[in-house]
Design a protein around this ligand. Sequence first.
Ligand SMILES: [Zn+2]
Ligand SMILES: [Zn+2]
Length: 149
Amino acid sequence: MAKYDPKMAAFYRRRAKARLDPEFRPPVRACAGCQRPATSSRHQLCDACREESRQRRNKVWADRGPRLTPKERGYGPEHARTRARWKPEVDAGGVACNICGRLIVQGSPWHLSHPNDDKRLEPAPAHAKCNIQFAAAVTAHRRRRERNT
Ligand SMILES: [Zn+2]
Ligand SMILES: [Zn+2]
């Protein structure tokens, strides 16, 4: 049984009504950006706003510079080998996360992460969650610094 969803219920009610009443037109939504009538029922934004947001996004990407390959980011075959070397130990549940210091419980997702984000240091296992949080913090810090220079 599908769960009752008031949004979907309203949608089905509208559709049923549209079938019965040839004069009925579904209400025109407003664009989430400019509040003018939406140009498509599939998108939150109208064509103009969508194009604008696409260009803004492209600019952000362009400002971040060229995309690095996995190898340039330090995730080449070496990374795969290091991971393979750690795997049996981590799988056995005997390795501590190099970020929070707590045990990586058997079966929980883990990454390899350079201690203190120092690419010269040998990467070591970390909880996937810790690594993602840590990477986000490092990136935010770097962006802040870039903005201030
Ligand atoms: Zn718009
Ligand atoms: Zn951790």
